[in-house]
Design a protein around this ligand. Structure first.
Ligand code: ADP
Ligand code: MG
Length: 249
């Protein structure tokens, strides 16, 4: 069996009378891109927030590398290797690309790595930052200001910042949003290569990207996962077509 890196078990969340998460169990396995799709209001962002730690579930658990992290806040989950990218842009626009990556390599204050990182020389930190920039294809723009990057490149830089902390898993909410056709294609190629660094739980509306990238797809409708399967299985599933994809999928 492939290793399960990130897992939810029986996540439930209600907002008043509305059940936004209904008994959600899913697995993100090593090496995979697992897409989470569903109509607007299905509860995708609510689930992502509970996985990342911004929102506490009413019931259920979140596990990272087999460890129950449900009680951890967002920062603690990030330190344990859960990389949440693209929603809250943490880039310093007036700093260079390399400086942004260095800030990531230094780690947020209070990190358990802080002491160890202080012990690292500036040269080592620089090497960590430069390696991360190389991995996302931004090494050639290290001296540019973050403000000079395109939208797509900024997202790549956010991933580089995340990579400096050696993440175990990525969680991404709509990385293609606002990128345009060319940008989406470039981002698709980028994410395709990124899955070998760490598996990705991907919420995305762009179905071309989802079908091109996903090893597995889970379909969320009214707070409930109605199907999980490969791209082919998902496209052929009558319940999914009826609830979400439509007959033209
Ligand atoms: P999606 O990301 O799939 O579009 P959301 O997770 O944003 O869906 O929302 C799921 C449902 O929960 C929606 O009906 C939304 O209005 C509701 N919702 C989300 N957050 C809150 C909140 N903080 N308080 C009340 N209702 C919320
Ligand atoms: Mg959403």
């Amino acid at each position: 069996m492939t290793e399960v890196v990130l897992e939810t078990r029986g996540i439930c969340k209600t907002f008043g009378a509305l059940a936004a998460s209904r008994d959600i169990s899913l697995e993100l396995r090593a090496g995979e891109i697992h897409a989470l799709i569903g109509p607007n209001g299905a509860g995708k962002s609510t689930l992502i927030a509970q996985i990342a730690g911004g929102l506490q579930p009413d019931a259920g658990q979140v596990l990272l590398a087999g460890e129950d992290i449900t009680a951890c806040d967002r920062a603690a989950r990030a330190r344990r290797g859960l990389a949440r990218t693209f929603q809250i842009s943490a880039l310093a626009m007036e700093d260079t690309v390399l400086q942004n990556a260095l800030l990531g390599a230094l780690g947020a204050g209070g990190s358990p790595f802080a002491m160890w990182r202080r012990a690292l020389g500036m040269q080592d930190l620089r090497a960590v930052a430069e390696t991360a920039l190389e991995r996302v294809g931004l090494a050639g723009k290290a001296a540019h200001l973050a403000a000079e990057l395109s939208h797509g490149e900024r997202r790549q830089l956010e991933v580089a910042v995340a990579l400096t902390l050696n993440p175990k898993a990525f969680v991404m909410d709509e990385p293609m949003a606002g990128l345009g056709t060319q940008g989406s294609k470039a981002m698709t190629g980028f994410l395709d290569g990124l899955r070998s660094q760490a598996p990705i739980l991907l919420v995305e509306h762009d179905m071309d990207a989802v079908f091109a990238l996903a090893d597995r797809i889970s379909v969320l409708v009214y707070g409930q996962i109605i199907a999980t399967g490969t791209v082919a299985e998902t496209r052929a599933d009558p319940a999914v077509r009826a609830a979400y994809l439509g007959e033209d999928a």
